[in-house]
Structure formats: C-alpha cells, structure tokens
Design a protein around this ligand. Structure first.
Ligand SMILES: Nc1nc2c(ncn2[C@@H]2O[C@H](COP(=O)(O)OP(=O)(O)OP(=O)(O)O)[C@@H](O)[C@H]2O)c(=O)[nH]1
Ligand SMILES: [Mg+2]
Length: 213
C-alpha cells in the first residue's frame, strides 16, 4: 500500500519523428538520456506518478506515439482515450514546428465532441545555436491554439518535470471545475470511490505495457 493515487490521467505524446518524444518520456520516467534512440514503432507505454498538491497524487499513463507517417493508422486509435496531449516540436527543425497545427487539428477532430487538453513543447533547448524557431513565434502559436508553451531538453534535463506538471495541473483544474468528468467507456480520467482514492497503483490491472501493436 505504498503508492496511492487519487486520479489517473492518460496523456499522449504527439509530433513529428525525431523531435524527441521518447527521449522526453525516458527522462521523465527513468531519469535517463541517450544520444542514440530508435524510432518508436507504433505506440509505447510509460507511467509515473506526480504529486500535484499536498495529498493529491496523480498517476500518469503516458502513451508515446510514433511520429512516422506509416504508423498513423495505429496511433490514431489511441487519441480518443487520452485526456491530455503533449504537442512536441524540435526547436532546431522548422518543419516539425510547422506541422504542429496539423497534429492539433488531426487529434482534435478525432476526439470530437470532446476536447483534449494540450501543452505545446519546444524541445532540444540545449541546442541554442541551432535554434530555428524563436520563442516569440512559438508563444504566438500556443496563444492561437489556446494552449500553454514550455521549452524543454531531455539532454540537459531542463523543464522536463515542469512540462508534465503543467499539463497534469491543467487537467486537474478542469476536472475540479467540472469541465472534465469521468465517462463510461472512456479511460482518459479515472478516480477512486468518492473521488478520494483508494486504489494502490500496484494493484491496478496492468495495461498492455510496451504495446507494439
Ligand atoms: N540535443 C538533444 N537531442 C535530443 C533531445 N531529445 C532527443 N534528442 C535526440 O533526438 C533524436 C530523436 O529522439 P527520439 O526521442 O527517438 O524522437 P521521437 O520523437 O521519439 O521519434 P519517433 O519515435 O520516430 O516519433 C535522438 O537522437 C535523441 O538522442 C534533447 O533534448 N536534446
Ligand atoms: Mg519515439
């Protein structure tokens, strides 16, 4: 009964191939980073808990999608059961920035009539001299999409914890205000009895870990 969580949020990572989604997740969940990373095949699964405020622990189920187009039919099936999305682009790759609107549109259309909570991430902030997207431009895009923006680096471990905290907090606030509610047949958000919980994380049925489907 060590780890208790009050709520569980399903979060999905989206963005072009090589922007650094898997590296961001490995840094967040395992505290590791490698300059050599294989492209994700289909979808991978990670998990970690966060304390959102004293006494409130959130379990994050994190779905890492392949950015490569050939896996798109697999990854789209994971959109609907997610409450939050990290829209990731590479600060040194303008094309990946220009594709953010496409990712946002594609996911938003899939989850209609419901909404997903997004956070825009400009990744690889350690590569300052190779930057191709000014912060102001990314902030303008975030404002246009109605989402928050943060710059991260898995390599130098900058803002990684903060990014997940920001998204989890946004979901949590919307849940408290009643704008997001649990629904039958939807796994985006789960809570225990009476909203206080009581499910030890290690007693929860394990999802298909490291799903390569
Ligand atoms: N400099 C730098 N390189 C990074 C950072 N994060 C990831 N990378 C590198 O970027 C490359 C791609 O990283 P991945 O995490 O595999 O990218 P991905 O978005 O998961 O790619 P797909 O799985 O194909 O969608 C790897 O060589 C990483 O080492 C970072 O913060 N800084
Ligand atoms: Mg990957």
């Amino acid at each position: 009964m060590d780890v208790l969580w009050q709520y569980q949020f399903r979060i999905i990572l989206l963005g072009d191939s090589t922007v650094g989604k898997s590296s961001l997740l490995k840094r967040f969940t395992d505290g590791v980073y490698s300059d050599v990373a294989d492209p994700t095949v289909g979808v991978d699964f990670y998990a970690r808990s966060l304390d959102i405020e004293p006494g409130v622990k959130i379990k994050l189920q994190l779905w890492d999608t392949a950015g490569q187009e050939r896996f798109r039919s697999i990854t789209t099936s994971y959109y609907r059961n997610s409450v939050g999305g990290l829209l990731v682009f590479d600060l040194t790759n303008r094309k990946s920035f220009e594709h953010v609107r496409d990712w946002h549109r594609e996911v938003s259309e899939h989850v209609l009539p419901h909404h997903m909570v997004f956070l825009l991430i400009g990744h690889k902030s350690d590569l300052g001299r190779e930057r191709r997207v000014p912060r102001e431009e990314a902030e303008r895009l975030a404002a246009a999409l109605g989402v928050r923006y943060v710059e991260t680096s898995a390599k130098s471990n900058s803002n990684v914890e903060r990014a997940f905290q920001m998204l989890a907090r946004d979901v949590y606030e919307l849940m408290r205000s009643g704008e997001i509610a649990t629904r039958d047949g939807w796994d985006g958000v789960k809570s225990g009895f009476n909203g206080k919980i009581l499910l030890p994380a290690d007693e929860e049925p394990a999802p298909e870990s490291k799903c390569q489907c």
